[in-house]
Design a protein. Structure first.
Length: 340
């Protein structure tokens, strides 16, 4: 049987595909390539389709014996979501409805979902626990919460079991340096910092230094993308053993300020990386740190690459090997298995 990975050509999706292949799982990918990269997945069964195309989705389910779905395909930029709520509701919420509908029709009853710390909004407690209040402060987080709730009701009605994984700040790359983070435009802190030693920008701007944190800059919980990938696999194994649906935070439980992240990047790259303070970015909570005790206790997850230095070193390795991202690395011909 096969595992269908939606959005498998994206950043976290492609690392999860890689991890699943390393576990000898049979993987099928669907991705509309709106932000993913065809070259990020070197597999035979790749479909360039949109999950909202239910007929195409149904054909994929019928062609392959799909056991479970790992669902990444979604829009995921906080700032953009505030300007384009229609697109976010349409791709994320309606997309989830289409996917669950096709799963129901094909009797597929397991889904692992890519959720986010943005479902919590401004946290009431640090570290954040799964039972804490969810009160998103942006459209992106609101759509992910709506998707979680949809799965809850589809479980009631159709017995589709789910695990929702609420990621904190994903970073890093596969150790090979063959796949990594390549967003256009890039908005995330670590790849933006690394653009300085790569010669693509002359400095990094720090958005606010007057928060009530150790040095005034925002504190986040950075988690290695391969540790996220392994959590998806453990979640699938958990559902395979007939456990009930569940929600888990995924973070390291350590917070690093923007200044601390820049300092570690200076050490890793051996570059001075000039930094300048700018005004705060709208909607940024001061501190986001996960409690991942539940994931550790229930699915036996433990992050392997939990030092910020290792996370940044792996990201740096990818960027040094692929300064232009995926565009430069492979020619089209080198990709096996044409899309259908
Ligand atoms: N940040 C920054 N400069 C940048 C990009 C991000 O100071 O050029 C800060 C941002 O305000 C936040 C932290 O870095 O406090 C992490 O931001 P990112 O966008 O990577 O992730 P988020 O926490 O928003 O999911």
């Amino acid at each position: 049987m096969s595992i269908l990975i939606t959005g498998g050509a994206g950043y976290i999706g492609s690392h999860t595909v890689r991890y699943f292949l390393e576990q000898n799982e049979d993987v099928v990918v669907i991705d509309n390539l709106q932000s993913g990269h065809r070259n990020a997945v070197n597999i035979e069964h790749f479909y360039e389709n949109d999950i909202r195309d239910q007929e195409a989705l149904d054909r994929i389910f019928k062609r392959h014996d799909i056991e479970a779905v790992i669902h990444f395909a979604a829009n995921s930029l906080v700032g953009e979501s505030m300007k384009k709520p229609f697109e976010y509701y349409h791709n994320n919420v309606y997309g989830m409805m289409c996917l669950l509908n096709v799963m129901k029709d094909n009797n597929v009853n397991k889904i692992v979902f890519s959720s986010t710390a943005a479902t919590y909004g401004e946290p009431m407690n640090i570290p954040i626990q799964e039972e804490d209040e969810t009160n998103p402060t942006n459209t992106y987080g609101e759509t992910k919460l709506a998707m979680e709730k949809m799965m809850k009701w589809f479980e009631q009605g159709y017995d589709i079991k789910y695990v929702s994984l609420r990621y904190f700040n994903a970073a890093g790359a596969h150790r090979s340096g063959a796949i990594g983070e390549d967003h256009n435009p890039e908005t995330h802190l670590i790849p933006l910092i690394l653009q300085v030693p790569l010669g693509k920008r002359d400095r990094i701007y720090m958005f606010g230094d007057d928060y009530s944190t150790i040095d005034g800059t925002c504190v986040r919980d950075y988690i290695h993308v391969m540790d996220l990938a392994s959590a998806h696999y453990l979640s699938l194994e958990y559902l395979r053993s007939n456990h009930s649906s569940n929600i888990f935070n995924l973070g390291n439980g350590n917070g690093y300020s923007v200044k601390e992240v820049i300092d570690v990047a200076r050490k890793v790259t051996n570059h001075t990386i000039p930094a300048e303070v700018k005004e705060r970015r709208a909607g940024d909570p001061a501190v986001l740190i996960a409690s991942s005790e539940k994931a550790k206790n229930v699915i036996g997850w433990s992050p392997k690459f939990d030092s910020l230095e290792k996370i940044i070193a792996d990201a740096w390795n990818w960027h040094v090997n692929n300064p232009e991202g995926y565009t430069q690395k492979f020619s089209k011909e080198s990709v096996r298995g044409a899309s259908t």
